[in-house]
Ligand binder design. Structure first.
Ligand code: PLP
Length: 498
């Protein structure tokens, strides 16, 4: 890396990004492009030699501007309300730049002592900021790591639970292990279960209901666990969710832990989105009962200003994780510092994850916590919750719409009422019509490019999801998004009435 060249090129990139953010609101949030649009514009092979001209990077940046940006969905647009946000901040982005610039690979303590120790410190900081139980923190005998995604957190904890259980009952019984979740659990848990070797038939997706707010019922869980035990199967793992993907529903942790207590079930909490809200004491109730869980993960990249990617995973017994994922036969990596403390005082993070190599993610999270402070993060979360409450108020004030599930945090699920679907449905007696109409409404809203929302189907009902969480979103964007929805509803309803 040539320092002078890097300084010059770095300025080009920083200016490019700053210009992008200055004009981000001018882009349609979702691009109107057809599959293959980019491949058609690029050469089939990489250039054999650097591109001609004295600055290949400047030319490439022009292509980013002219070819690539017109085809991206602008996740940082203040009008992006789809999925859950991927938050960004100056220090989050610059922390990523620092990480890339230093390009450190802290797979063991010895491979980069400060990077490892910063991860230990910063995950404890975050755990305390989120009011997590002491038992999950390093300072309380637990510990944490920074992974890329919640899916990895699920897989690593599931593998830890599996190996611990198999050590107890014998490896040949892997086919008897059963895992539990609800029908609202993120599909990544199913993927993790498949990778971990759980039989497809032993993946229990317990149905939820509208009456329980689409949360996992402790009673149904208890019944499922007992039935499995009675049939000679072995309950292994529960994935509870705080903030489900469709509606941000909160599973009742205390009651769920009580339901499986004494059955040797590892309880993992997937709080990918809503864990962030726990920086605010008023939302701490969402994780009441977490004292009894075995592991907990959340994605600071979703709602805590840490740019992609960052998933914090805390475990009560790190030794279960390292027993399953640890490797100590690699002579090259062996270091006396690791042996001195059996990986307890000296953390070798390679033993907490699937891969060997890893990114120095702690740096950006540390910068975010230092530069925003816990109070800053609280203000960030609260502003979004306030905007979501305002959006909900607007929806409720329009008689054509309903909010079929309670707003949770900063996510509002809403839809056109069945009655608004109009006479055509009444004439045809067609139950699917309101769902179809709402589907058309979402498509029409997103086609404007002035707002981008997503959808979910809960209990057979199609809902539009307005998830407020972007750093640049202000009240005016929320009001404008609602105007777009109203305008498009008028158009869609008029078309349906014809
Ligand atoms: N869990 C929940 C509740 C989610 O909402 C999501 C994604 O939005 C995930 C897990 C998957 O997260 P990741 O992409 O970090 O694996």
């Amino acid at each position: 890396l040539d320092a002078d060249e890097f300084r010059r090129q770095g300025r080009l990139v920083v200016d490019f990004i700053a210009d992008y953010y200055t004009r981000i609101d001018e882009h349609p949030v979702r691009p109107a492009v057809a599959p293959g649009f980019l491949a058609r514009q690029l050469p089939d092979t990489a250039p054999a030699r650097p591109e001609p001209g004295d600055d290949a990077l400047a030319a490439a940046l022009r292509d980013v501007r002219d070819l690539i940006l017109p085809g991206v969905t602008h996740w940082q647009s203040p009008r992006h309300f789809a999925h859950f946000a991927a938050t960004a901040s100056n220090v989050g982005a610059l922390g990523e730049a620092l990480t890339a610039g230093l390009n450190i690979n802290p797979f063991t303590w010895a491979a980069s002592p400060a990077a490892t120790e910063l991860e230990v410190v910063v995950t404890d900081w975050l755990g305390k900021a989120l009011h997590l139980p002491e038992s999950l923190l390093f300072s309380g005998g637990g510990g944490a790591t920074l992974l890329g995604t919640s899916c990895e957190a699920m897989l690593c904890t599931l593998v830890a639970a599996r190996d611990r259980k198999l050590a107890e009952i014998g490896e040949e019984r892997i086919g008897d292990l059963v895992v539990y979740c609800s029908d609202q659990t993120h599909f990544s848990f199913q993927k993790a279960a498949r990778i971990a070797g759980i039989r497809r038939g032993n993946y229990r997706e317990i149905p939820t209901s509208r009456e329980s707010g689409f949360t996992l019922s402790p009673k149904a869980l208890r019944a499922a666990v007992r039935a499995d035990e009675a049939a000679g199967r072995v309950p292994l793992f529960l994935c509870a969710t705080v903030g489900t993907t469709p509606t941000a529903a909160v599973d009742p942790l205390r009651e769920l832990c009580a339901a499986v207590a004494g059955h040797g079930v590892w309880v993992h909490v997937d709080a990918a989105y809503a864990g962030a809200a726990c920086v605010c004491p008023e939302f701490r109730h969402a994780i009441a009962g977490a004292e009894a869980v075995d592991s907990f993960s959340t994605n600071p990249h979703k709602w805590l200003l840490a740019n992609m990617d960052c998933c914090a995973l805390w475990v009560r017994r790190p030794e279960a994780l390292t027993a399953a994922l640890g490797t100590d036969h690699d002579v090259i990596l062996k270091d006396p510092s690791s042996e001195r403390d059996c990986g307890r005082g000296v953390v070798d993070y390679k033993d907490w994850q699937v891969a060997l190599s890893r990114r120095f993610r702690a740096l950006k999270l540390w910068l975010v916590l230092r530069c925003h402070g816990v109070e800053g993060l609280r203000g960030f979360v609260r502003a979004h919750v306030r905007m979501a409450a305002a959006f909900e108020g607007m929806v409720r004030a329009d008689a054509r719409f309903e909010v079929p599930v309670p707003r949770q945090f900063a996510l509002v699920c809403f839809r056109l009422r069945s009655a608004a679907a109009g006479e055509k449905r009444a004439r045809d007696g067609d139950d699917a019509e309101p769902n179809e109409l709402n589907r058309r409404l979402l498509e029409a809203v997103n086609a404007t490019g002035r707002a981008y929302m997503s959808s979910a189907v809960v209990g057979g009902t199609y809902v539009l999801r307005c998830a407020i969480g972007n750093s640049l979103t202000e009240e005016r964007h929320v009001r404008e998004a609602w105007c777009v929805v109203q305008e498009q509803a008028t158009v869609v309803l008029a078309a349906a009435a014809c």
